[in-house]
Design a binder for this molecule. Structure first.
Ligand code: SF4
Length: 354
């Protein structure tokens, strides 16, 4: 039941330049005030339509992109984690000062690049497109040797043994050592991407649409490999996907993002059986049903466009598309994320705490 990661108020706005002088004219609010916690050994699915900010969220957590604001605490001692929870959101000077002291020591968002080195080892990523994330001029051996040598996790004479061990862990063979990425199938290339991600014995991996570029049959093999590795290597995952059935198959809990905001967060089965947010309900109703004769009611179709993360709608960002919209509330006040049921969080004015 240990927490591995705590995130508070994470924000990433990308400037939009325009006009003759290329001045900043607006900001894309890609990740806007997202807070969540992840437990050791769990898979947290992050779902949402493209452009909802899920990829940016994954990258800011890893500090591949520097967040503009917010706090990221990774593997802090339990007593510090508890204290952080107590202090976050407190307004008095003494609490603020204490939180600042804790942040100076532990907050990844305040660390200098060179201080990130040990965290880079423990926090890894698998990208969507193995084709473009693997250097086409490097053999598998070189691709996998690079992180091992940079981080000096094994002595140079042991590097090849470790690479062979990694290949076997992901279902490839020693014979593959001297081949180039283009000599592999899409699924095999993703296995190489996974081998690279686990090469430094990480504790935490962001899986960013790791199977979206693959055929369905290959998808299942890769998902099962990821599950097996999670069990064997005690990994914690954030699994980013636009595919709700994949999220259901993989995740213990699921967070739903909409235009930069986390709008619902719940145990996976609870989210599927009892979705609370009107957006989540629509998302679930739009999943294709394999046998259309079995469907009980017509699939609802989304109405309206996904609003842009540049100048998103005021109040609740979903209000232009929401069938429960209440004028004067939904278009004025931003709904906070509240715990509507134990462990089930939602950001919508239809619900109250508990
Ligand atoms: Fe719909 Fe209002 Fe809830 Fe937003 S806050 S999802 S507009 S009911």
């Amino acid at each position: 039941d240990d927490t591995i990661l705590q995130i508070y108020g994470l924000k990433k706005y990308f400037p939009v330049k325009g006009g003759m002088f290329g001045k900043i004219i607006a900001h894309v609010k890609a990740v806007d005030n997202v807070s969540l916690e992840i437990k050791k050994g769990e898979t947290l699915g992050i779902v949402g339509e493209s452009g909802c900010g899920k990829t940016t969220l994954g990258r800011t957590i890893l500090r591949l992109i520097k967040a503009d604001d917010g706090m990221i605490f990774f593997e802090t001692p339990k007593n510090v984690q508890d204290r952080i929870r107590e202090l976050v959101g407190k307004k008095d000077e003494k609490s603020k000062r204490e939180l600042e002291e804790i942040r100076k020591k532990y907050d990844l968002n305040l660390k200098k690049d060179k201080e990130m080195m040990p965290y880079r080892r423990k926090m890894q990523i698998v990208f969507q497109d193995p084709q473009s994330s693997l250097d086409p001029r490097m053999t598998v051996k070189k691709i996998l040797a690079e992180p091992l040598l940079t981080h000096k996790v094994v002595p140079p004479h042991k590097v090849e043994d470790r690479i062979i061990e990694l290949l076997e862990l992901v279902g490839l063979k020693k014979e593959h050592l001297h081949r180039f990425p283009h000599e592999f199938s899409g699924g095999q290339r993703q296995r190489i991407g996974i081998a690279r991600a686990i090469s430094l014995n990480p504790d935490f991996i962001v899986l960013d649409e790791p199977t979206s570029a693959l055929d369905v049959s290959v998808q299942a093999q890769i998902l099962n490999l990821l599950k097996k590795l999670q069990r064997d290597l005690k990994l914690t995952y954030i699994f980013i996907t636009h595919d709700l059935s994949v999220a259901r198959h993989m995740a213990h809990r699921i967070g739903v993002m909409y235009v930069g905001k986390l709008v619902e967060l719940a145990p996976a089965e609870d989210l599927f059986n009892d979705p609370l947010h009107p957006y989540t309900k629509l998302l679930l109703e739009s999943i294709p049903i394999p046998d259309p004769t079995k469907r009980k009611k017509e699939r609802k179709l989304f109405t309206g466009e996904v609003p842009s993360a540049v100048n998103p709608p005021k109040g609740c960002r979903f209000h232009p598309r929401c069938e429960y919209f209440k004028a004067g509330i939904c278009d004025k006040l931003e709904p906070p994320l509240i715990e509507a049921k134990p462990g089930h969080y939602v950001a919508c004015h239809l619900y109250t705490k508990g």
